[in-house]
Design a protein around this ligand. Sequence first.
Ligand SMILES: Cc1cc2nc3c(=O)[nH]c(=O)nc-3n(C[C@H](O)[C@H](O)[C@H](O)COP(=O)(O)O)c2cc1C
Length: 355
Amino acid sequence: MIELAGRRLKLPVIQGGMGVGVSLSGLAGAVAACGGMGCISAAHPGYREADFQRDPQSANLRALKREIARAKEISHGMGMVAVNLMVAMRQYASLAKAAVEAGADAIISGAGLPLELPALTAGAKIALAPIVSSGRAARLILKTWDKKYGMTPDFVVIEGSGAGGHLGFKEEDLQSGTVQPLEKILPQVLEELKPYGKKYGRAIPVFVAGGGLRGADLVRFRAMGAAGVQIATRLIATLECDASQAFKDVILKAKGEDVRIIHSPVGMPGRAVETPLIRRLEAGEKIPHQWCAGCIKTCDPATTPYCITQALIHAVEGDVENGLFFCGAGVDQVTELTSVAQALEEYRLPEENAG
Ligand SMILES: Cc1cc2nc3c(=O)[nH]c(=O)nc-3n(C[C@H](O)[C@H](O)[C@H](O)COP(=O)(O)O)c2cc1C
């Protein structure tokens, strides 16, 4: 049991947000129902709405609110329901406000530094957490939130280099294996948090993520001062995950040698399973886009070799030929389709089993 922003998490596990459409209410609600924190991805939650291509902004706001309400229903008041917001998205501010209006318990924000997030949720009862990949990024966010808004994060997620999706590390460092491991980053972030915990009179729980962390890793990182773990890839291979069966099969079949580091139009490297789309991009092909949602701040539709939104929508819908299938470095450990409750069993702390 851990205390977090006035709530209690029976299970010290956050389900990492997965866009597009991989973590919606089905997965997030199931994780919360088990006593953990489920997380809805705010990257185009409205991709299945009839008006998505005509008016993606409205479709996304409507769908995000509906998914939060559904996840809360599924959770039966257990755990917490969070929203994952990528700083790189143009619709960031209105999605943050929609998360507040729909009563999400937390916003977890990465893919950039969420320096302005507190301004968007001022006065609202919602926990805020940045995702960082270094002590330096944590320092910058902590300093800015303290100075500008007189506040500090409710919790922090550290995403290590083994995570799936976009990665907060330099591509050359990822390729050469010279990135710092989570075991090195965690003490740095804990050190940065110390003065703010003191100033604001409360603990700031830290969750570590990346590389398919297991129950034994949870015990190990808790001994080092973390409160819990954030996991994602493993939860794709569950009955409740919102992705298509074809997406789940790509994850179940992937071996270590199938994992690739790719360039994303977001301007960050990403980790994904090698599928036909990646082979075409590696061969220098430019894949024309049919339409543009204008979603990513850093994406120039005139020059981007592919549209990441379309590629991720193809993936969640199960188009193996054209989809981009993000995965964590531990994808080869995922070999069985289970329920969320089965997948989460190993993360129960001994005191929970006893109780
Ligand atoms: C399919 C997929 C999509 C993801 N999408 C996002 C995203 O939209 N935003 C984000 O902050 N992280 C995203 N991530 C990262 C996860 O939330 C998580 O932190 C990380 O993958 C944890 O490592 P693990 O998958 O090895 O357990 C994604 C990961 C995967 C596998």
